[in-house]
Design a protein around this ligand. Structure first.
Ligand code: NAP
Length: 278
């Protein structure tokens, strides 16, 4: 994707690692100034380590090494005031906000009837309310400027039910409803709002002992090689996982001038799973 983002200011949440880092690098390589936001802290109900301050610094380092511009912000998307402050800071420093990618998210597992109140509440708080906080802060200045691109990251898990991911699926379905509503509310303002739904992506969210144990409960200490064939079976294209850059390509498209008439869609990067859905 060769769109030029020179001069654009891009806010990306959850940018310390994984897909968020990939999006951040791609925008910066294309000339944008990237504001990389991340909480850099573990969350009690999340059964794998989350990103660290070093991870966020590494995102900035990679961008600067590529000749790009990056500012890091440490903030938790569960804190609405922190997101407002982040956007206020961006406007004060750069005078504009062109693209917002609401990417921060967590995973967790358990059958619906066994989820604890804390698992449910935390999942909804981060994966749905966190997106709400991000959009509520980012959309008004874009509307006032008469241009902007909002991209939320849901999941193929937000397009169907998935055993053991009821709370995750509920939050991601919610992100789709929230984004489509915002797309309508912003229609005609010059601001678009769209959703990207990745399938399984090769990031730390997927590659950790808790997730491996879910996919291979019959194997003691399963490895990446053990779980790959089981992931592969999940989709028609028989790919175990896609690269973060595959999701980035979709994000760049939705942020590009080519997508100026595209708003309210869910763009699925599901390795063929979309063909099984209505
Ligand atoms: P990841 O490597 O775990 O990255 C997620 C990032 O979000 C981490 O840096 C994490 O670090 C940050 N984050 C989590 N909670 C946060 C909070 N409350 N405030 C601010 N930042 C927070 O996973 P990923 O695969 O890149 O995930 C990116 C997005 O894609 C998520 O929304 C995820 O649900 C979605 N997705 C992933 C997959 C997949 O297979 N990997 C599939 C479909 C959709 P900290 O908590 O330390 O800040």
């Amino acid at each position: 994707m060769s769109a030029d983002f020179t001069g654009a200011v891009v806010l990306i949440t959850g940018a310390a690692r994984g897909q968020g880092r990939s999006h951040a690098l791609a925008f910066a390589e294309r000339g944008a100034t990237v504001i990389a936001l991340d909480a850099c802290a573990d969350i009690a109900t999340v059964p794998y380590p989350l990103a660290t301050s070093d991870d966020l610094a590494q995102t900035a380092h990679l961008i600067e090494r590529a000749g790009g511009m990056c500012r890091t912000v440490r903030a938790d998307v569960r804190n609405g005031d922190a997101l407002r402050a982040a956007v206020t800071g961006i406007l004060a420093e750069h005078g504009r906000l062109d693209v917002c990618v609401a990417n921060a998210g967590i995973a967790g597992f358990g059958p619906v009837c066994e989820l604890t109140d804390a698992q449910w509440a935390t999942m909804l708080d981060v994966n749905l309310t966190g997106v709400f906080h991000t959009l509520r802060a980012a959309a008004p200045p874009m509307k006032e400027a008469g241009s902007g691109r909002i991209i939320t990251i849901a999941s193929m898990g937000g397009r169907a039910g998935t055993p053991n991911l009821g709370h995750y699926a509920a939050a991601k379905w919610g992100v789709i409803g929230l984004t489509k509503t915002l797309a309508l509310e912003l229609a005609g303002s010059g601001v678009t709002a769209n959703v990207v739904c990745p399938g399984t992506v090769d990031t730390p969210m997927v590659h950790n002992p808790a997730m491996y144990g879910l996919f291979a409960p019959d194997i003691e200490d399963p490895t990446r090689e053990d779980v790959a064939p089981r992931y592969r079976r999940l989709n028609p294209m028989a790919e175990a996982w896609t690269a973060p850059e595959d999701v980035t390509a979709a994000v760049l498209y939705l942020a590009s001038p080519a997508a100026r008439h595209v708003s309210g869609i869910t763009l699925e990067i599901g390795a063929g799973v979309s063909a099984r859905m209505q």
